[in-house]
Design a protein around this ligand. Structure first.
Ligand SMILES: NC(=O)c1ccc[n+]([C@@H]2O[C@H](COP(=O)([O-])OP(=O)(O)OC[C@H]3O[C@@H](n4cnc5c(N)ncnc54)[C@H](O)[C@@H]3O)[C@@H](O)[C@H]2O)c1
Length: 251
């Protein structure tokens, strides 16, 4: 399949996990990719892996919470952006509210929600000129219920769903589709399992729900959903939060 031939697409958090799987498949399917990540080392590795297949991507190493990174991305992308995948995100170590400091709250909201708003805003301004495009944001099962993460992460992903739906309603008639994929547990680097998780209180409270979790998915399985929504196959899909979690949300 070459669903993205001739299309320019930005993928954030492309250095690892779900974003990396998404960027690789986007490029394999003919797309011209812009891979964004805070880690230069991970981007270098991505470029190496693509080169081994005779493929390439442009890269931007930067922190999405800086306006300068947002500006650099849209400048590199040029006048026509067909696809934006807002995927970069961080966890909150399951910290409960009474132990949450401002720094953790600000960082999680800033990476998971505010930077998604800022990059979407910058890209939409270009899409409005060129006639539209597709935006897909990686949400989470934690956007539907409270039993998956700590307070900051849960709040950020609930906000993401609102942002995604608001964009779909306001810009749908002008050719911009906005959807999200909400993964359940997925094999990535989002949690450093070598470090102790801080939120013992939260984990205890989440016990039954976590025990109820479905299998842990491969990042490629989530990427497949993201790219379906980004492709013309989903031309009639707008404002949807699609779970990719083996049915965990439905339980
Ligand atoms: N893995 C899961 O179980 C799971 C479940 C639900 C939702 N998600 C969501 O999936 C998305 C992707 O996460 P993942 O699991 O692939 O994690 P990951 O840690 O493997 O990949 C995320 C990438 O984003 C990058 N990143 C983090 N902060 C950044 C910033 N400020 N600027 C630029 N890049 C930054 C990281 O360097 C990393 O390479 C996130 O939005 C996450 O919330 C993951």
């Amino acid at each position: 399949m070459k669903r993205f031939e001739g299309k320019v697409g930005i993928v954030t958090g492309a250095g690892s996990g779900i974003g990396k799987a998404t960027l690789i498949r986007f490029v394999r399917e003919g797309g011209s990719g812009i891979a964004v990540d805070i880690s230069q080392e991970r981007l270098d590795q991505l470029v190496k892996e693509l080169a081994a297949e005779g493929l390439q991507t442009k890269t931007i190493a930067g922190d999405l919470t800086f306006n300068s990174t947002i500006d650099a991305i849209v400048e590199m992308a040029g006048p026509k952006i067909d696809v934006l995948i807002n995927n970069a995100g961080i966890m909150d170590e399951f910290v409960p509210l009474d132990e949450l400091d401002d720094e953790m709250w600000d960082r999680v909201i800033s990476v998971n929600l505010t930077s998604v708003m800022k990059l979407s805003r910058a890209v939409i301004r270009k899409m409005l000129v060129t006639g539209g495009g597709a935006i897909v944001t990686t949400s989470s099962g934690a956007a539907f219920k409270s039993g998956i993460a700590g307070t900051a992460y849960t709040s950020s992903k609930h906000g993401v769903n609102g942002l995604v739906k608001s964009i779909s309603t306001i810009y749908g008639s002008r050719g911009i589709r906005s959807n999200a994929v909400a993964p359940g547990g997925t094999k990535t680097n989002i949690m450093d399992m070598s470090k102790p998780i801080k939120g013992a209180t939260t984990l205890q409270a989440l016990g039954a729900n976590m025990a109820n979790a479905s299998r842990t998915a491969e990042p490629e399985e989530v990427a497949a959903c993201i790219l379906f929504l980004a492709s013309d196959d989903a031309s009639n899909v707008n404002g949807v939060i699609m779970a990719s979690d083996s049915g965990w949300t439905a339980k």
